[in-house]
Design a protein around this ligand. Structure first.
Ligand code: MN
Length: 389
């Protein structure tokens, strides 16, 4: 049995630190979601991953060795929390998946808490692990449905975690696998933001497991990213005789598959913050550009009357005073000055009366000119009459 995998972790859109950790290497895959103040969550999840990773070197034969290994991780975290008061009460969830050596292709899945392992086969997504959470208990009792549990206000309460007590109960599941199966390990940051149906859709869309893991994290962030999200995708590939279908040679793949590396959250977080920030800044730049375009269109859309620098009455294009750096420009300049204008029209020019179009502004000025001509004629007529009388 040959495995191909991809992995991605991200701090999300709200949290300031990533307390998730994961390992994806060889035939052991782990996701841990830490909890506790003063970065203690990061310590707990990293300890879970490193304990499992170092334990696997002495051999993972069967479900009971995996269970013992998870219990060792519990002891390591519990002891560390007693040794350092800053880390008191720290804990972590863990879901771990490993291949069971033997003729039959099978995997084992250990679980404590609400990180999950799913199997995706023939377009169907089914959980292998069962959460240790308050809402899972409500589901078990038939009080709420699985879908209701996903958005329940108390969905983040875990009823079991590593590091809290001296001992811990570890559930271990076994699962037959075959070529084409895809396994998904994830923290609750994914399942809280993305429905099982949408997770299945993304799993089906991306052939490459690394692209798939990154796409899932992207969807969680797009939907809110209110928690850290960690995703490990493991494909059960053809046997060794089949041609090797290498994933694209990019940095992510390089880092994830580097032999001997234990990838825990602190190392990954640094790089992944920039991923979240890139998304944030791109959105911000898009919004600012949109506003500028709208303001520009608005700023250049109208017409008004006012004086030019030479004190001539003119039709201006734009908005009085300008909008942002979109200043009005002279559209049509007349030979009229303020002295030519009757008081009411002068007020219109001084207060920059606005018009919807160049035509209506011209009509108004034509009227103004007519009024001035009429007034002049009347005056002349009167004068003539007076002189004549
Ligand atoms: Mn979480």
């Amino acid at each position: 049995m040959r495995l191909k995998h991809g992995a991605c972790t991200d701090v999300g859109m709200v949290r300031v630190s990533n307390e998730d950790a994961f390992s994806a290497e060889g035939e052991l895959f782990v996701v841990a979601d830490g909890m506790g103040g003063h970065n203690a969550g990061e310590v707990a999840s990293a300890l879970a991953v490193t304990t499992l990773r170092s334990g696997v070197r002495s051999g993972l034969r069967d479900p009971s060795t995996l269970r013992e290994l998870v219990q060792q991780a519990n002891t390591a975290i519990y002891t560390a929390s007693l040794d350092d008061s800053a880390q008191a009460g720290m804990g972590t969830t863990v879901t771990a998946m490993a291949v069971i050596p033997g003729e039959e292709p099978r995997v084992m899945v250990a679980n404590v808490g609400d990180s999950r392992t799913y199997i995706f086969r023939d377009g169907r997504l089914d959980p292998i692990s069962v959460d240790h959470s308050y809402v899972q208990e409500l589901v078990n009792e038939g009080i709420i449905t699985r879908e209701e549990a996903r958005t329940h206000p108390r969905r983040n309460i875990v009823t079991r975690a590593l590091g809290i007590d001296r001992t811990v109960m570890v559930d271990v599941f076994t699962q037959d696998v075959r070529t084409g199966d895809r396994l998904l390990l994830c923290s609750d940051g994914l399942v809280d933001e993305v429905s099982d149906a949408d997770i299945a859709r993304v799993l089906a869309q991306h052939r490459d497991p690394q692209e798939c893991a990154e796409a899932l994290v992207m969807v969680a962030n797009t939907n809110g990213g209110r928690d850290n999200t960690t995703v490990v995708v493991v494909d059960i590939a053809d046997d060794i005789s089949a041609p090797v279908d290498l994933p694209p040679d990019d940095n992510d793949t390089e880092e994830v598959t580097r032999p001997g590396a234990v990838l825990v959250a602190p190392e990954r977080t640094k790089r992944r913050i920039s991923f979240g920030m890139t998304l944030f800044w791109s959105a911000l730049v898009a919004i600012v550009l949109g506003v500028v375009v709208i303001m520009g269109v608005y700023g250049r859309s109208g017409y008004f009357i006012g004086f030019t620098e030479d004190d001539n009455v003119a039709i201006w294009r734009g908005r009085p005073g300008g909008v942002l750096w979109f200043n009005p420009t002279v559209d049509t300049e007349t030979g009229l000055t303020g002295d030519d204008l009757p008081a009411d029209i002068l007020r219109d020019v001084v207060t920059n009366r606005e018009f919807g179009s160049s035509i209506s502004a011209r009509k108004y000025l034509a009227l103004v000119e007519q009024v001035i001509v009429d007034a002049t004629t009347t005056t002349v007529g009167t004068t003539t009459t007076t002189t004549g009388g």
